[in-house]
Design a protein around this ligand. Structure first.
Ligand code: ADP
Length: 161
């Protein structure tokens, strides 16, 4: 039996923190579907196509990692359609925890058979968030310790005068 997890998020852009969760998640699950949310409300820096291209560059050679997009649908319905047993999330801070716990209870109410599995961020990535990276890159700061080189290049190009 193949155990599938959905790893949903904005991935705007993908960071070493996301990659860490995916690599560790592959120990627990046979397949991870990275589900990139369209997220028009968050006004993403990168288009859906760009966010997917970044993930493809990073994970394209791993056949147990699948890329997909979702919008205008409940995450638990999407997860069930994909035959997933779990939603995978990363936890960095107490505020992550408060938000995720509420979401998890709601998702469990909607779909009791879809579990949410949390992985605590690794000590070396716990300070990394896509939004912080964008702030640093916007003002020319060095983000090379937080994102792969190809992402750092895209950020520099996006913010070049
Ligand atoms: P969302 O808009 O759903 O928060 P993100 O792309 O910001 O999407 O994050 C997707 C998932 O990855 C979330 O569970 C988030 O907590 C987790 N995550 C983001 N950055 C890190 C990190 N540095 N370490 C561990 N987990 C992370």
């Amino acid at each position: 039996m193949s155990r599938v997890a959905i790893y949903p998020g904005s991935f705007d852009p993908m960071t070493h923190g996301h990659a860490d969760i995916i690599r560790r998640g592959l120990v627990l699950f046979d397949r991870i579907i990275i589900a990139v949310a369209l997220n028009i409300h968050k006004k993403p820096l990168f288009t859906l196509e760009e966010r997917l291209a970044i993930l493809e560059e990073e994970f394209g050679d791993l056949d147990r990692v699948v890329l997909d997009t979702f919008s205008e649908t409940l995450l638990v319905d999407y997860a069930k359609r994909q035959g997933a047993v779990a939603i995978l999330r990363g936890l960095r801070t107490e505020s992550d925890f408060a938000y995720e716990l509420q979401m998890t209870h709601m998702n469990r109410t909607l779909a009791p058979d879809v579990e949410t599995v949390f992985l605590a961020a690794s000590p070396n990535t716990t300070h990394i968030s896509s939004s912080l990276i964008k702030e640093v890159a916007r003002f020319g700061g060095d983000v090379s310790s937080a994102v792969p080189e190809h992402v750092a290049r895209r950020l520099a190009a996006r913010f070049s005068p």
